[in-house]
Design a protein around this ligand. Structure first.
Ligand SMILES: [Mn+2]
Length: 353
């Protein structure tokens, strides 16, 4: 499961050889912790979030140009464009290597060192933070909690959960499912803190990331014992209060609706909570197929979840003839649909089950 020890060794070699690494990472806890694990391993590098569409494309060229990295690490981002790779590796940009560590659906690109366990088995897709932890674990023991927060928040309970419980019984009192851990334990709470601290304006999110780089113990955050820990926790609380309000609205909608097979919930707001909301709603309403969407200009930005049926194929079929896009995991996908097509899309989507 995961990557081979040879692949982990290759990644370590790439990290050590990189004098000016540039990390592009998904703006969720899995991407964030992947970045922090790798950056702490070598003690250098510049990180940038891939926000909105999970796609490394030409919008990142300006940042690459001004940072002049020798190696670009792309972490937990589902898509990358060939034109981006070709341009950064051209003489003008001078990037030597593009290393892509991911666990989403396979993409074929040339000129990229691609590390994705699905290359061997389609169903083998532990989180990127799991892959990065396995890369650095021998020398980064004190980051175990950071890795575990990323892994659990990506809905994965790794085979070393028992070992983690021994090291941090207060964070994970006993082995359990990732879902239970997410909503009932402090390791899950850390995942939620990481998720929410990234949701503010980019400058505030970046300030949180810089603060987190200084944190070496989870209780600095949970018990607010140091100033970076306090900073992160306060930022979390600010954003969490908006989330709690939406969750209450969604629960009310769920109770009110006569349709108990699906739960379709849309909301307005400058912050996206769709992924978190969908996850918690699935915990509360395990039998339903969930679509949670935020209105953003002419589109709904959507999260899809279901426990016992795959949502990705239904999503892909329902998107035919619709202005929108979608992708992700079998049971947890994301996408976007034009508001004018939304009702038609939902009818088609429901028809797939
Ligand atoms: Mn991930």
């Amino acid at each position: 499961m995961g990557l081979t020890s040879k692949e982990h060794e290759t990644i370590r070699d790439e990290l050590k050889a990189a004098e000016k690494p540039f990390f592009l990472f998904h703006d969720d806890p899995d991407g964030l912790t992947s970045f922090l694990l790798l950056k702490r391993f070598i003690g250098r590098g510049y990180g940038m979030m891939v926000k909105a569409e999970p796609n490394v494309n030409d919008r990142f060229l300006a940042a690459v140009k001004s940072n002049k990295p020798d190696t670009i690490f792309v972490l937990d981002v589902a898509l990358m464009q060939q034109s981006f790779v070709d341009t950064v590796k051209s003489e003008t940009f001078g990037v030597k290597n593009v290393v892509w560590i991911d666990h989403h659906q396979l993409v074929k690109l040339s000129g990229v060192k691609y590390f994705n366990p699905r290359l061997r088995s389609h169903l083998d897709n532990p989180p990127a933070s799991y892959l990065c932890w396995k890369t650095v674990e021998e020398t980064s023991r004190s980051d175990f909690w950071l890795a575990m927060a990323g892994i659990v928040s990506d809905w994965h309970m790794p085979e070393f959960a028992g070992e983690f419980t021994k090291a941090y019984p207060q964070l994970l009192p006993k082995p359990m499912t990732a879902e239970e851990a997410l909503f009932t334990t402090d390791i899950g709470k850390l995942g939620r803190i990481f998720s929410f601290m990234l949701k503010g304006p980019t400058s505030e999110a970046m300030a949180c990331i810089r603060a987190l780089e200084k944190v070496s113990d989870p209780y600095e955050i949970l018990n607010m014992t140091t100033s970076p820990g306090k900073f992160i926790y306060r930022q979390f609380k600010k954003i969490n209060s908006d989330y709690e309000k939406l969750l209450a609205d969604a629960k009310e909608a769920a109770e009110r609706s006569k349709d108990k097979k699906f739960l379709i919930f849309t909301y307005k707001g400058k912050q996206s909570f769709s992924g978190d909301l969908a996850n918690e709603l699935l915990f509360l309403y395990p039998d339903r197929i969930l679509v949670v969407g935020r209105e953003r200009q002419d589109y709904y930005m959507l999260s899809f979840r279901a426990r016992n049926v795959p949502v990705l194929p239904a999503l892909q079929k329902a998107l035919v003839g619709i202005d929108g896009y979608g992708g992700g995991h079998e049971n947890a996908s994301g996408g976007s649909v034009n508001k004018k097509d939304f009702e038609r899309f939902i009818e088609k989507f429901k028809g797939e089950f």
